[in-house]
Every structure is written in C-alpha cells, then in structure tokens.
Write a protein that binds this ligand. Structure first.
Ligand code: UD1
Length: 364
C-alpha cells in the first residue's frame, strides 16, 4: 500500500521547492502525497499564483493561520497541524526550508513520533538574530532524515552530532524548478513591461527585518537605490512587509515617482525569474535568489552581513554587501562580466528524484 506523505508549504519560498518533490512523489506508486498549506502566506500573489504556475493543484489541507507575531503564528500552526496529524497519521512528514511553518510542523510531527524529513537541511548563517536561523536549528535537531543541498550542510549536521546514516545529500531542489521552467521563463520576457533594456537593469528584492524594520536603515537604503536608479534602471517587486515599512516612513509616493525605479507588487515565478534572467545584476536579501542567480550566472549583491548559502560566494556569483559598501560593490559588479559560468555539484534538476529514492530507502 502507498505510504501517505504530508508535504508542508507555508510561505512563498516553500512553493518552488515543494513543486518538483510533489511531482516526483505523485509519479511513484509507493507514495500517496498530501499537500498541506499552513496559510502563513495567504495572498494570491504570495502563494496561490505559484501553485498555479507550477501546476501543483489545490492544497489537500489548509490550516489558514495567516499573519501574526512569530510566537502566535508558530503556535497556531502547531495546534492546528497536530489535530490533522492525529486524524491522518501519515507515514512521513516532509518540511521545507526555514520558515515558521517548517519548525511548527516539525515539532507537531516529532512529538507524535511521526517520521519527519527536512528538505534543505544543514544550512547555517550562524546569525541567531535571524528568525530563520532559529527555525533551521530547531528543525534539524528534531527530524529523522536530513536532505542537504551542499557539502557545508553535511558538515554542520555532523558537527551537531547527527549520525551519518540520517544525512542524505540530495542537491538543490529549487534548481529542479528552474531547470524545468527555464523555457517558459525565457519566453515570458516580462521585463519588457517596464521598458528597461535587456541586461541593462537591476532587480531589487528586500524584506529581511534587518534591512526594512529600522526606519533609519531602510531610509539609507532607499536614498542609495534612488540615487543608483538614475543611471541603472531597477525593477523592484515590493514585499508586503517592505511596502508597509516604506509607507510608515512616509516615502512611498517619493519611491513610486522616482526616476528609473520600477515598483511592482510581488510577481509570479515566471514573471520574476524572467526579470532576473535578463537583468544586469540583482540586489537582494533573499536566501533563494542567491542560489537562483548563481545557477543562472547573474551577478548578485546580497545586502546581508552573512549567508546560510556560502557556496554561492565561493563557487557562485554572490557577493555580500552593506548599505555603506553597496555603491562600490555595484560599480565593481557592473565592471565585471554580464554572465558567469557556474556549475555546482547536484544543482542539476535531479534532486526531487533523489529525494524519492532516499525516502523509499529510509521508510523500508
Ligand atoms: C517569511 C519567512 C521568510 C521568507 C519570507 C518570504 C519566516 C520566519 N519568515 O517572512 O523566511 O523569506 O516569508 O516572503 O517564516 N503578508 C501579506 N500577505 C501574505 C503574507 C504576509 O500581506 O500573503 C504581510 C503580513 O501581514 C506581514 C508581512 O507581510 O505584515 C510579513 O509576513 P510574514 O509571513 O510575517 O513574514 P515574511 O517577512 O514574509
């Protein structure tokens, strides 16, 4: 009989990782995958549009937790998901990434003794000020099987004392999505909507609390972007958190009217990746975009003091930057090549299949 496997999605960055895994599980006779959406992200443009573009189908279970403080949001997911687990008793639960839904569902499943797997295990920024770092640490302590994207992940888990047989390096699942969607991404040419020249604009994404929650930090970043956009056009899909913070600063009208700066609501995957793939460079504080730009060979400036994805620095196109060094780093990036030749082991489109093989082996 096929084993019931819950695949958990909560926030936007989970979607592009769940899609290829679900597809691979659905095509295996050994598994009956059930898509559980916690509802941490609930707007169509933050969640539903991805499920549509990836043909994931509607979630089988929706917990509808919505936004709240971290404690309340995590607690709501824990409470609601525990009830579902008691009713369903799945053979395995797969949690993804580092969002509040990841840690909450892990805790619920682990306490009930249900076999739990972490996809994208082992990543560490060693920055406990990031909510995601706490989520990663707790999740990796509790799960039974840890799927890592790169050797640094394995090293961090070994250092925690995780036994070797519970670590499987499966590769980078987000690259599965990029590999399979690339023809549609390239055909989309969404960047043309903004009237920017191919390879002659930057894509900006910012939403980390460390960049947007303190008014003086955010204001300094805005000054810089407004200035740079005069010579390098920028396409900036605004995360709801960032939009709210700019509005609170009283600077939304100014930013919306700025020369060279094209603000948009959050974009779907095809639209967003089309903008990234044809850009000159990307300025971001996202985790996943550091990996996507690396695979595409697009120069990436990450506005953070650290990264849980160091392979994008050593083998990829990523450079860490700060508000005070961004101007200089951007200049350097624009003097360098438009595209880099990058190839990283197991970032190859075959991760979902390796996950299914690993799950079969461990559940046997
Ligand atoms: C969450 C993740 C982060 C991920 C990011 C991607 C955690 C701890 N953080 O942060 O790792 O990089 O998602 O987007 O899990 N909001 C909407 N519509 C939505 C969702 C949120 O308007 O669909 C608003 C909320 O009301 C809140 C803000 O956006 O004001 C932030 O949302 P929240 O889910 O708290 O965290 P993110 O910053 O999105």
């Amino acid at each position: 009989m096929a084993t019931m496997v819950h695949v958990i999605v909560g926030a936007r960055p989970n979607q592009m990782k769940a899609a290829p895994l679900l597809k691979a599980l659905r095509s295996s006779p050994d598994f009956h995958p059930v898509l559980v959406d916690t509802g941490q992200h609930y707007d169509h443009e933050m969640a539903g549009i991805f499920m549509e573009q990836f043909s994931m189908g509607k979630p089988d279970i929706c917990l509808e937790v919505g936004s709240a403080s971290h404690g309340v949001q995590t607690a709501r997911i824990l409470e609601r998901y525990e009830a579902i687990l008691i009713e369903h008793r799945p053979g395995a639960v797969i949690v993804i990434g580092d969002v509040n839904s990841t840690v909450a569902c892990t805790l619920a499943a682990a306490k009930l003794g249900i076999f739990t797997v972490h996809l994208e295990a082992g990543l560490r920024s060693f920055d406990r000020g990031m909510p995601e770092e706490l989520n990663r640490m707790v999740t990796d302590v509790l799960v039974d099987l840890l799927w890592t994207p790169s050797p640094d992940g394995d090293d961090h888990l070994r250092a925690m004392g995780v036994p070797e047989e519970r670590i499987d390096r499966v590769g980078n699942i987000m690259i599965d999505t990029l590999v399979s969607m690339l023809p549609s991404v390239e055909a989309k040419e969404h960047w043309r909507t903004y009237g920017v020249p191919e390879h002659g604009y930057a894509v900006v994404t910012l939403h980390r609390p460390s960049n947007v929650d303190q008014p003086e930090v955010l204001s300094g970043i805005l000054d810089l972007l407004l200035d740079q956009a005069q010579s390098l056009p920028m396409v900036w899909p605004l995360h709801p958190r960032t939009r709210a913070r700019i509005e609170a600063l009283g600077r939304l009208d100014e930013v919306e009217a700025a020369t060279g700066l094209h603000l948009t609501p959050p974009l779907g995957y095809l639209e967003f990746m089309s903008c990234v793939a044809s850009s000159r460079c990307v300025i971001t504080d996202s985790g996943g975009i550091q990996e996507e730009t690396t695979w595409l060979g697009v120069p990436c400036l990450t506005l953070r003091p650290n990264t849980e994805r160091p392979i994008t620095l050593t083998e990829g196109t990523n450079v860490l930057t700060t508000p005070s060094s961004l101007r200089e780093d951007l200049k350097r990036a624009l003097e360098g090549p438009t595209r880099h030749d990058v190839s990283i082991d197991l970032w190859d489109g075959g991760t979902a299949e390796r996950c299914v093989t690993s799950l079969r082996k461990h559940l046997r």
